[in-house]
Design a protein around this ligand. Structure first.
Ligand SMILES: Cc1cc2nc3c(=O)[nH]c(=O)nc-3n(C[C@H](O)[C@H](O)[C@H](O)COP(=O)(O)O)c2cc1C
Length: 381
């Protein structure tokens, strides 16, 4: 076991955490000595139970965690959730714009309205009461970590973590958010730089990690930091730990592994992509998130594009179209293959070889040791 507070808090050998929506990735990373954290944002409590049943049965007793998204700001918060009302709140111009991109690529748009309501679970889980039922489901399992993606975790998450003796982690993309999270009682900070796949801020990991580490020292907090954003190798992990992190949290690097359920068309694009093939855009969820560039994201970045709607409305515009694109691209549709995209960080430029998730963990350990040796050699006279 490495001598990091993360290893002792989570009872793991190597302080590498894997965020994934794929249960197989979660189990494989935990079994390899790191820790898988299952991203449950789109799942109903019953579906979450099914997935956690599977993970629990396949993880050989190793620790695993669960991640939910409960942001502080989104359209409809505080009102009773009504999918119909949310759909009505979407301007026709946005729906037409999304449909137009599909039509320009020879994709029929008749099914979009049918799938729009499916974003309701996402919206449901964004609410504190929705998150509470998902949390209850999560705590029926021996999880070792609960994480919240956007903003300060709701009090119910902090309370349940304490009650079950499970550390609560929160993602932050800015120094002041980190301080607010620590003051709210979070146990572990996932500090994600602007290179990250998915939602991210605009300060790079290289600057943000030492900035947050310094801020924590100034307020006398010893909350461990997991570095995130752009990390796809053990060398980068070692660098982040040299800057004050106690471990790493990675999302993108698992997307091209054998276990990931990533659309194979997108997997191939990722393996071929360079670090400049991503874009940070509000067009997918309403908040800035980094994704693979494609004609879909380019269209939303164009001058004539409508301004993205607040969360969760923008997802109700983008997800039905992107689901259609995913489905058709896997059937070989040329236009859909061009448009296909998914969240990924700039580290995609370093993800060039298909590997299993276990192999990725082994490679991280090896590269970490090599980086340590490289630095040690600088001291030899
Ligand atoms: C495909 C994908 C989906 C993501 N979804 C979530 C999510 O639901 N909840 C969350 O906390 N973070 C999510 N993230 C962000 C990750 O937790 C993590 O911060 C990020 O992946 C780290 O940067 P990296 O992608 O460069 O490794 C997602 C990331 C990716 C790549």
């Amino acid at each position: 076991m490495m001598n990091s507070p993360i290893c002792s808090m989570l009872d793991i050998d190597f302080p590498l955490l894997a965020f994934s929506h794929c249960r197989d990735v979660v189990a494989a990373v935990s079994k390899a000595g790191g820790m898988g954290v299952f991203g449950a944002v789109n799942l109903s409590p019953d579906r979450l139970r099914e997935e956690l049943d599977w993970i629990d049965a396949h993880v050989d007793g190793k620790p695993y965690g669960v991640d939910l998204i409960v942001p502080n700001k989104f359209a409809g918060k505080g009102e009773r959730l009504d999918t119909g009302k949310l759909i009505d709140a979407i301007p026709e111009g946005h729906k037409d714009f999304a449909a137009g991109i599909l039509q320009d690529h020879d994709i029929a748009t008749g099914d979009l309205e049918k799938t729009r309501g499916m974003s309701a679970n996402f919206a449901r889980n964004l609410r504190e009461e929705g998150a509470a039922t998902s949390l209850e489901a999560a705590f029926e399992y021996p999880i070792k970590l609960i994480a919240n993606a956007l903003g300060v975790p709701p009090q119910v998450m902090l309370d349940m973590g304490k009650e079950h003796g499970v550390p609560v982690a929160a993602l932050v993309g800015a120094r002041e958010h980190a301080v607010a999270q620590v003051e709210a009682g979070v146990d572990i900070l996932v500090v994600a730089g602007g290179e990250a796949g998915g939602h991210c801020g605009d300060v790079s990991t290289m600057v943000l990690i030492p900035e947050v580490a310094r801020a924590l020292r100034e307020i006398g907090a010893d909350t461990p930091i997991l570095a995130a954003g752009g990390i796809t190798t053990g060398e980068q992990m070692a660098a982040a730990m040299a800057m004050g992190a106690a471990g790493a949290w990675c999302g993108s690097v698992w997307l091209t592994t054998a276990e990931a359920e990533t659309n194979p068309v997108v997997k191939d694009k990722m393996l071929a992509a360079t670090s400049r093939d991503t874009v940070r855009s509000r067009s997918r969820t309403g908040k800035p998130s980094r994704q693979l560039r494609s004609p879909w994201t380019d269209a939303w970045e164009a001058k004539d594009a409508p301004d993205p709607l607040p969360m969760p409305l923008q997802s109700m515009v983008s997800e039905p179209a992107l689901r259609q694109i995913d489905k058709l691209s896997q059937g070989g549709h040329a236009g859909a293959k061009k448009l296909a995209t998914y969240w990924v960080g700039q580290g995609v430029g370093l993800m060039n070889e298909p590997m299993s998730s276990g192999q990725v963990v082994q490679q991280f350990k090896q590269d970490f040791a090599d980086a340590f040796e490289r630095l040690s050699n600088f001291f030899e006279v």
